[in-house]
Design a protein. Structure first.
Length: 511
């Protein structure tokens, strides 16, 4: 079997021959009258009609005076039929090639074909080619569909190959786009305004996470990549906007897992004059709208085998109490039992105990073990105030917040609450978080005094909500890295690449 270098050298030879003939292998202008999908789906109307199509070559068969080329466009394929008489001549100045020059084509090349729509003697819908143009010459062969492309590391590093070879991966990111389009469309239909907010912040807030830090030379000051959209969007409420949202990346300097990536896309909305009860009803409507338009179904089998049924909307999703659940599962009272007692339970359950763990972190670890067995959908409510510094208190019990988390497939995929708009209460909670940071909790929230000042000018009662693309990954049934087109990887340059480009890597490739 030929090596990659040998295959590439042969394609470079063909490239030189094409150029010697006066053929530009990379022209800018391309014509197209029909997609491959249209040719097939509308064949009865298009038969014997002229058409111009484009696509990537995935197969070439030359049999004496006839040839067949199969091209692919998106996830659709079409056969091109050629004979020695057509194309008999070619305008090389326009990147055209004739029948004899088909040997200069390779799988992976992009071509443009003009001719009539026909059906061959074997019943294959085809284009009887009259003019053939090379519009992009490839220098490396793609793996064939038969060979596959299954090595996970290689697939992530060269995802553009993955898209070409694995049709489900290609279609996954069409669904991912539909997921965010449906999210945006639903919110806009409900009167929300999309306002993009900064990615670089003086103080990151709105979530418990360790931020990335960067430096802005223009101001000679460190900035943080946002960990949440929350505080800037709530500033918009303070500025008079009633319904706002933003969709975009956020960054959390944490480890990779099947459910988390340091960089991911998320959406948050904030709704003035609404509370958490309105938010729960609205969330169910939003999820239904998004899954209906993205997948066209409401029942999902997840990657771990768990089944999720979102229901038909006849009734609200049920609720479970955080406090009661911890009590029933572990026999512990989240308010009265000591931190040592909770840590002992962590050990008993085989969970990690970190030196800097505080009450909130320890209890959260215990809860996360419980939630792995909950298929949902259910709303988790009765979350203690010491675990949520940005939510209003429940009137019936000021130890609890008006927060709900949507639990689905053993995970919390959405979080929302009645937003705290009492500036004095907010300042005190920030000060409590600051003490946690000083004691070693890098994920505790930073004190944002500018946000407190905004609250002093006045922010209306509101509900806020957010979910990330983790919801998409879950319902798609894939891991986090499978669910994004280009996951971050440790930078590596293999020996083949080093030897292929000696003008770039001038040292010994093995160094």
């Amino acid at each position: 079997m030929a090596t990659l270098k040998e295959l590439r050298d042969e394609r470079l030879r063909k490239l030189s021959e094409l150029k010697a003939k006066g053929i530009n292998p990379y022209p800018a202008h391309v014509d197209r009258t029909h997609s491959l999908e249209q040719i097939v789906s509308d064949f009865s109307q298009l038969e014997n009609q002229p058409a111009i199509v484009v696509g990537r070559v995935i197969g070439i068969r030359k049999l004496g005076k006839i040839a067949f080329i199969v091209i692919k466009e998106n996830s659709h394929k079409l056969q091109l039929f050629l004979n020695a008489a057509s194309p008999a001549s070619a305008d090389h100045a326009d990147s055209e090639i004739d029948f004899q020059e088909i040997n200069l084509l390779d799988s992976g090349d992009f071509i443009q074909a003009a001719g009539k729509v026909i059906k061959t003697q074997t019943g294959e819908i085809s284009i009887a080619v009259e003019k053939l143009r090379l519009i992009s010459k490839s220098l490396r062969p793609l793996p064939t569909e038969h060979e596959g492309f299954s090595n996970k590391e290689e697939r992530f590093r060269r995802r553009y190959i993955d898209f070409n070879i694995n049709e489900d991966v290609y279609n996954r990111f069409i669904r991912r786009s539909a997921f965010w389009q449906a999210t945006r469309g639903f919110l806009i239909d409900k009167g929300f305004i999309e306002i993009n907010i900064p990615v670089l912040e003086n103080i990151p807030g709105g979530a418990d996470a360790k931020p990335f830090v960067t430096h802005m030379d223009a101001l000679d000051q460190d900035f943080y990549l946002r960990i949440s959209h929350e505080l800037p969007l709530k500033r918009l409420l303070g500025g008079g906007y009633e319904k706002v949202f933003d969709i975009g990346p956020r960054f959390r300097n944490e480890n990779y897992s099947d459910e988390h990536l340091p960089e991911h896309v998320a959406m948050e909305w904030y709704w003035a004059y609404a509370d958490w009860e309105a938010g729960m009803e609205f969330t169910q409507q939003l999820i239904y709208a998004v899954v209906d338009k993205t997948w066209g179904k409401r029942q999902f089998k997840l990657k771990d085998g768990m089944t999720v049924d979102l229901g038909n909307g006849d009734s609200p999703w049920p609720r479970i109490s955080f406090v009661t659940t911890i009590q029933e599962k572990y026999g512990l009272n989240v308010f009265d039992d000591s931190l040592d007692k909770f840590k002992a339970k962590l050990v008993e359950e085989g969970l990690e105990v970190a030196k800097e763990d505080n009450r909130a972190r320890v209890i959260d670890k215990l809860w996360k073990k419980i939630r792995t067995e909950i298929a949902g959908p259910v709303y988790l409510v009765d979350i203690p105030v010491f675990m949520q510094p940005l939510a209003k208190l429940q009137p019936r019990d000021d130890r609890l917040t008006e927060q709900f988390n949507l639990v689905l497939g053993g995970s919390e995929v959405c979080k929302a609450y009645s937003e705290l708009n009492d500036p004095i209460d907010q300042l005190n909670r920030f000060l409590e978080q600051q003490l946690l940071r000083e004691s070693g909790d890098e994920e505790a929230q930073m004190l944002d005094i500018d946000f407190v000042e905004m609250l002093e000018y006045g922010m209306p009662p509101a509900c806020g909500f957010g979910y990330s693309e983790r919801l998409f990954w879950m319902l798609e049934g894939v891991t986090a890295r499978e669910g994004v087109p280009f996951p971050q990887l440790r930078r590596e340059i293999d020996e083949v690449t080093k030897s292929t480009y000696p003008q770039v890597f001038k040292t010994n490739p093995k160094d």
